[in-house]
Ligand binder design. Structure first.
Ligand SMILES: Cc1cc2nc3c(=O)[nH]c(=O)nc-3n(C[C@H](O)[C@H](O)[C@H](O)COP(=O)(O)OP(=O)(O)OC[C@H]3O[C@@H](n4cnc5c(N)ncnc54)[C@H](O)[C@@H]3O)c2cc1C
Length: 395
């Protein structure tokens, strides 16, 4: 496809300006690639994203990707916390599985940053790029990839655009994936996750905790001062009750759920409720089409891998596209895209299955499951190769 000057013809058209879609667009900052990014929300929402309760635990690798994209340096450092250690506890046992930054020989295991800040500063960076056209307040109505040279997208505005490659990053419930006839494995845990920020009496010492209680999972991620992101995974009925409580009742409930671990606890801001549904696309690519981010793999948030995996995926696909361009190979062809698909599968399948397995095991209240989970914690802690495998994910 030629005509670099035609306003409706692009090298890559990205559907969804979420954190992964924007980061992907930013990875072509120093190139002559013409990028379109299509988003259903208005620009003003992208410039000032609402707090959504998600505080994102980022691995060192993800932080490096955001550094390479020139996004990290603009996020105020006082709004970023380091996570030095992570401890996993089972039931009422005091025994814990621990991951420390020393085991990884790094300064920290990772960082904690609110999702709205990640989105805000990614968008700020996007706005500086002259090769990216953002089309806001539009939906994608159809995608046609039957032409050999390009895919075309029909937009709700009536416009039609063409691109050598269409990349969808429009969430785990991706409409583009459905439009392309790609189905996904969907696992509904029939639970909800309530996330909120809380202030507490005792310090967190930059340690993240995951308490697998018998009927619910209670986690905390250390944030600035004596604040933590509190994550509660419960049955749908319990979540409704927790959302309905007034602040005072909720504070008390959390204090009890943490067995007074943090002393007095106080809610800051609102509570947010998310359904626990994970998705894994049966294919990540088609002719002149690829899925990235949650649209490819929608992880359970309990192991905090979603965005990290999204960044890993975009690192893989960007490398494949750039090396195809160097070799003068058409990057929209399945032969290039399948390399991305197989590399991402290799990374994503073990993380996706082990996370779903952990969640199922640790929310199962049968006696064998209770025994098994205690054994798993000890095995991972004691057997070095298993622990190294888990730590590898954090690198
Ligand atoms: C409670 C919670 C906690 C989490 N914690 C962590 C964590 O600690 N660490 C971690 O790595 N990950 C975490 N995650 C996962 C992380 O938030 C996601 O992986 C990440 O947001 C995925 O980004 P995305 O850009 O792929 O999709 P999304 O963030 O879902 O963005 C999709 C974008 O596409 C737009 N869109 C949707 N449909 C269309 C359409 N038809 N046309 C145009 N635009 C469209 C949407 O408006 C949105 O802007 C957590 C998730 C949850 C729910």
């Amino acid at each position: 496809m030629n005509s670099k000057k035609d306003k409706k013809i692009f090298d890559i058209a990205i559907i969804g300006a979420g954190p992964v879609g924007i980061a992907f667009a930013c990875s072509f900052s120093k190139t002559s690639m013409k990028i379109a990014i299509i988003e259903k929300q208005p620009k003003k929402n992208l410039a000032n994203p609402q707090i959504d309760g998600r505080e994102i635990a980022l691995t060192n690798r993800s932080a490096n990707i955001l550094k390479e994209l020139k996004v990290w340096k603009s996020i105020p450092s006082m709004l970023i916390t380091t996570i030095k250690e992570a401890r996993v506890l089972n039931g009422n046992s005091k025994y814990f599985l621990d991951f420390t930054h020393q085991q990884m020989q790094k300064e920290c295991l990772g960082y904690l940053i609110p999702n709205n800040l990640i989105r805000k500063y990614l968008y700020k960076r996007l706005k500086t790029l002259s090769n990216v056209t953002l089309m806001d307040e539009v939906n994608c109505i159809s995608i046609n990839n039957s032409n050999n040279e390009y895919s075309s997208i029909q937009l709700s505005s009536g416009e039609k655009i063409k691109a050598s490659l269409v990349v969808a990053s429009d969430s785990r419930f991706s409409e583009s994936r459905t439009l392309m006839g790609i189905s996904a494995f969907i696992h509904d845990f029939n639970k909800n996750m309530i996330v909120c920020r809380m202030e507490h009496e005792k310090p967190h010492n930059n340690i993240a905790y995951e308490f697998f209680r018998y009927t619910q999972t209670q986690a905390s991620l250390p944030y600035i001062k004596k604040q933590s992101s509190i994550v509660t995974t419960v049955s749908k009925n319990t979540s409704l009750a927790l959302m309905k409580m007034n602040d005072k009742e909720f504070n008390k409930e959390m204090q009890n759920n943490f067995n007074n671990f943090f002393g007095k606890m106080k809610l800051i801001g609102k509570r947010y409720c998310y359904p626990m549904i994970t998705t894994y696309s049966k294919r990540f690519v088609a002719h002149r089409f690829a899925l990235i981010g949650d649209a490819a793999v929608g992880m359970h948030p309990v192991t905090a891998h979603g965005f990290n995996l999204g960044l890993k995926g975009l690192e893989i696909i960007t490398k494949e596209i750039k090396s195809a361009i160097k070799l003068e190979i058409d990057f929209g062809l399945p032969l290039v895209l399948r390399r991305y698909q197989s590399k991402l599968h290799r990374v994503a399948i073990p993380i996706y299955l082990s996370t779903n397995g952990i969640v199922s095991l640790y929310t199962n209240t049968t006696v064998p499951a209770i025994i098994a989970r205690q054994l798993v914690l000890r095995a991972v802690n004691v057997i070095k190769p298993i622990k190294q495998t888990f730590l590898q994910v954090l690198r």
